[in-house]
Design a protein around this ligand. Structure first.
Ligand code: FNR
Length: 365
């Protein structure tokens, strides 16, 4: 019997081909940041308040104006049909059933239209900037027409990080799957925008279409081709948080790409507070990376996050049990978070304050 979200990983590992499991599980180089994304949460402790009437607890929140059931959402992860034949469709259905937001990856194996056809739901689209801006413009139109509500521009991947297991396994997308969002968009030779290893391995050239010159001007350009709000995904410093606000971002996602890009960056939960302070409440700040427990969600909220996104637990639960697995992950995180709120004396998200946690960088009280 599964009692917490991390238990899905062992089941997924058993079910999936080694190449696929390794691709989902791995981080860059020494995987120091991969471990630190988890370890840093364990160094934050609670200062719970007692004798608060917690008979009613409200987890609902609003993200970019959309009301959702809880501040726990689904991060974009590539190529979900490798995990389960229903891939992104099952994931979208589970997100809708839980009344939360899913961000669909650029590297998805189902198109935005297919995902939209699963029924109503609030969905954002994760964008990798491509060299060919015409393709980007057409893709963004497709995203808008499919009813997606925002774009999360990933800004931490001008080059792929080195994931050494993918190099060893010569990771490639299985031949029966394709990057569905790019079909019919005149992509010329584009057939690889996936999220695995560096250019130097595998039978095909890697990532030839990703824009390596991506910079702040492109963020401005993106605003000229769409009226959708733009979140910047991959901010880790106060400096960049200020620039993001100045560039007109509608929100910031503090992320280190699940520790798959630059190794030895801090855990996202350690970087969160400086970004929150720099944003000064002008835009919402979200976090992803290592969120596995309701207590992790609470800690992120206490340090100023407006919500969190979850990556690998969704992928592994999808592999283990399809839509039901993803539903279960969302339900378990919901219930754990609710319990954490109750045991800390918080009845609503706004009652969660900085004083409810103590971190290793706080001065002794
Ligand atoms: C990712 N991530 C990611 N990010 C993105 O912007 N576009 C993408 O296509 C992908 N693909 C992807 C695949 C896999 C297998 C993983 C594990 C991650 C990063 C993802 O959105 C998110 O930042 C992290 O997954 C969050 O960390 P956790 O929850 O996996 O620890």
């Amino acid at each position: 019997m599964i009692t917490n979200v991390t238990e899905f990983e062992a089941i997924a590992k058993e079910k999936l081909p080694k190449m696929v499991y390794d691709y989902y599980a791995s981080g860059a180089e020494d995987e120091w940041t991969l471990k630190e994304n988890r370890n840093a949460f364990s160094r934050i402790l609670f200062r719970p308040r007692i004798l608060v009437d917690v008979s009613k607890i409200d987890l609902t929140t609003t993200v970019l104006g959309y009301k959702i059931s809880m501040p726990i959402m689904i991060a974009p992860t590539g190529m979900l049909k490798m995990a389960h034949p229903e891939g992104e469709l099952a994931t979208a259905r589970a997100a809708s059933a839980a009344s939360t937001i899913m961000i669909l990856s650029s590297s998805s194996t189902c198109s935005v239209d297919e995902v939209a056809s699963t029924g109503p739901g609030i969905r954002f689209f994760q964008l990798y900037m491509l060299k060919d801006r015409n393709v980007v413009a057409r893709l963004v139109k497709r995203v808008e027409r499919a009813g997606f509500k925002a774009i999360a521009l990933t800004v931490d991947r001008p080059f792929l990080g080195r994931r050494e297991v993918d190099i060893k396994n010569r990771f490639t997308l299985p031949p029966h799957l394709t990057f569905k969002n790019f079909e019919g968009l005149d992509l010329g030779k584009l057939d690889k925008i996936d999220d695995s290893g560096p250019v130097s391995y595998g039978p095909k050239q890697f990532d030839p279409d990703i824009e390596r010159s991506l910079n702040w001007k492109d963020v401005k350009w993106l605003q000229t081709i769409t009226s959708l709000p733009i979140l910047l995904k991959g901010v880790l410093t106060a400096e960049d948080a200020r620039l993001a606000v100045e560039a007109g971002a509608a929100g910031i996602i503090v992320s280190n790409h699940g520790a798959r890009q630059l190794d030895y960056v801090p855990a996202t939960i350690s970087a969160l507070e400086e970004v929150v302070k720099a944003a000064q409440g002008r835009v919402p700040v979200f976090l992803d990376g290592g969120v596995r427990r309701g207590t992790d969600v609470f800690k992120a909220m206490a340090l100023g996050a407006s919500g969190v996104f979850v990556g690998r637990p969704v992928v592994f639960s999808l592999a283990a049990d399809g839509e039901a697995g993803v539903r279960k992950v969302l339900e378990m995180l919901h219930d754990e978070f609710e319990l954490t709120m109750a045991l800390s004396g918080c009845r609503s998200l706004k009652e969660i304050t900085r004083d409810h946690v103590v971190t290793d960088w706080d001065r002794p009280r």
